[in-house]
Design a protein around this ligand. Sequence first.
Ligand SMILES: Cc1cc2nc3c(=O)[nH]c(=O)nc-3n(C[C@H](O)[C@H](O)[C@H](O)COP(=O)(O)O)c2cc1C
Length: 176
Amino acid sequence: MNFKEIAENRQSCRAYAPDKDVEQEKLDRILEVARLAPSACNGQPYHITVCRGEAAKNVAKATQGMGMNKFASDAPVMLVISERPYVASAALGAKVKKNDYRSIDIGIVAAYITAEATAQGLGTCILGWLSDDKIREICGIDGTVRLVITLGYAKEDDKLRPKKRKAMDELVKTVE
Ligand SMILES: Cc1cc2nc3c(=O)[nH]c(=O)nc-3n(C[C@H](O)[C@H](O)[C@H](O)COP(=O)(O)O)c2cc1C
């Protein structure tokens, strides 16, 4: 798949085949790609905790407040993305320029993860609805949890949906 094909095929998977695990080689490759993601001052101000088994089930529960994200319980792998401190130059830049580079960096690494997972034939869903304190306890991490990504094989009847997006002229303006 070229990148456009990956973008067209990636969608939030909310129906996982519960008995189909993710091969370690595929997970390793996804993490290798995540490692290549760009970040402000190359600081990579985040950490990825891979949860499988009981930990994955517990993290799934911690994304299910108010009836949300029920599907997460069927995903065999949960990738927890938590904050790490900025490197000094990015911290200075963020302060001087009043820009939240860390959120941008976390968004980019999430995009890399979901894109490579798609290329590997796997389904993902980025979850922002989560209980930070519960997940930190489950994973034994200090940094604020910003995103969880569910990872697994989509159920066979989970078809590709048409993409609903803003029209190009609403999204893009060219100035010369
Ligand atoms: C930062 C972020 C947080 C999200 N949180 C959730 C979530 O908690 N639960 C969920 O089902 N989808 C969540 N999504 C998925 C979006 O709803 C989805 O990406 C969007 O509707 C576009 O659909 P698509 O991913 O199928 O193309 C989140 C996506 C992003 C980028």
